[in-house]
Design a protein around this ligand. Structure first.
Ligand SMILES: [Fe+2]
Length: 156
């Protein structure tokens, strides 16, 4: 299974968000490794960590949009909620499914496609507005990182 290589065109130019997106890509690649090693335990473990991390990332992004007064925040949030449902279904399918690696492979492919599309469209759209907060309110950013991820240094 090919590695999902991060390409510079996926950068939004907001370091704190770009590093979170790269972390999600790392989880997607971890999932590929778990599949190629045929380890059901590892597949479950990665899927759960990926889900938890993505929830934190969405929370951070949404609070940032709110802080910046981004006008399309509500519809962006809905896109996140739909994606969360999708991931929850994947985890559930894995729990009940008879073909965990087939399910994991499909999950991995759709996660990859979704993430690229989301970054290029919905995320790209908030960049101009959100950048102002990132440049002016470093204290707020550190506080939000600490609240959501448990560390102001996270993610680096
Ligand atoms: Fe987003």
């Amino acid at each position: 299974m090919d590695k999902f290589e991060w390409t510079p065109d996926l950068n939004l130019g907001i370091d704190v968000i770009d590093s979170q997106h790269r972390r999600i890509v790392d989880y997607i690649n971890d999932l590929s490794v778990a599949i190629s090693q045929e380890s059901v335990d590892q597949v479950f473990d990665v899927m759960e960590r990926l889900r938890d991390y993505t929830l934190d990332h969405f929370a951070f992004e949404e609070q940032l949009m709110e802080q910046a007064g981004y006008p399309l925040q509500k519809s962006h949030q809905l896109v996140h909620r739909r994606f969360e449902d999708k991931v929850a279904n994947m985890v559930e399918e894995l729990t009940n499914g008879r073909d965990p690696f087939g399910i994991a492979r499909r999950a991995r492919n759709s996660l990859m496609v979704w993430l690229i599309q989301h970054i290029r469209h919905e995320d790209q759209d908030y960049v101009a507005v959100v950048k102002k907060v990132v440049l002016k309110e470093q204290g707020w950013i550190s506080g939000a990182l600490k609240r959501i991820f448990g560390s102001a240094d996270h993610p680096v």
